[in-house]
Design a protein around this ligand. Structure first.
Ligand code: MN
Length: 197
């Protein structure tokens, strides 16, 4: 994802490229998740940013340097910007090159998806499950609590599923595992792979 920059000191709510995602995520969920939850993180980030010495930095740089409430809101803006960007109603399939990377590091695409879903389901409380590349290009799955993002561990984040209850409760209630299993239908792998630079 192109790193997001403030304009005149303010970050903007990233545009959403769809209003529902097939039968996977409803219009109602998206209107609250993007229009209310993400908007609140962006508004709070803009309120907390002045006077912290981080004005003018990109969103990723703010996430790497901030702490406390500023970190939480900047992290949640970055996490959600990546989450909403990676889905499509006409998703592109995985390239043969990316399949080969997943086979190298997880054994098979199915084994990767199973581990990713298991780690998302098992994460206690609120957070995110991520696929990232480390400095040697090895693909790794991490569980991150609350607003954490793999950039703070010097990883390159590629794919994320939001496991905060607000991401799925209207559509799936307590069935987090069903939500995670359904999300694969709308992942646009061209976008995911474009983050591997
Ligand atoms: Mn969320």
């Amino acid at each position: 994802m192109k790193d997001l920059m403030p304009v005149n000191g303010l970050f903007s709510l990233p545009a959403l490229g769809y209003d529902k995602l097939g039968d996977v995520i409803s219009l109602e969920t998206l209107s609250f998740h993007h229009g209310k939850h993400l908007k609140a993180y962006v508004d709070n980030l803009n309120k907390l940013l002045p006077g912290r010495g981080l004005e003018g930095l990109s969103l990723t740089e703010v996430v790497k340097k901030a702490d406390g409430g500023l970190f939480n809101n900047a992290g949640q803006m970055l996490n959600h910007a990546m989450y909403f960007e990676q889905f499509s109603n006409s998703p592109k399939p995985m390239s043969a090159k990316f399949v080969a990377l997943l086979e190298r590091d997880f054994g098979s695409v199915e084994a990767f998806k199973k581990e990713f879903e298991q780690k998302g389901t098992a994460l206690f409380g609120s957070g995110w499950v991520w696929l990232s590349a480390d400095k040697d290009g090895k693909l790794v799955i991490t569980q991150q609590k609350n607003a954490e993002n793999p950039v703070t561990m010097n990883l390159t984040p590629l794919l994320t599923f939001d496991v905060w209850e607000h991401a799925y409760y209207l559509d799936y209630q307590n069935r987090r595992a069903d939500y995670l299993a359904a999300l694969w239908q709308v992942v646009d792998w061209a976008i995911v792979e474009s983050r591997l630079c």
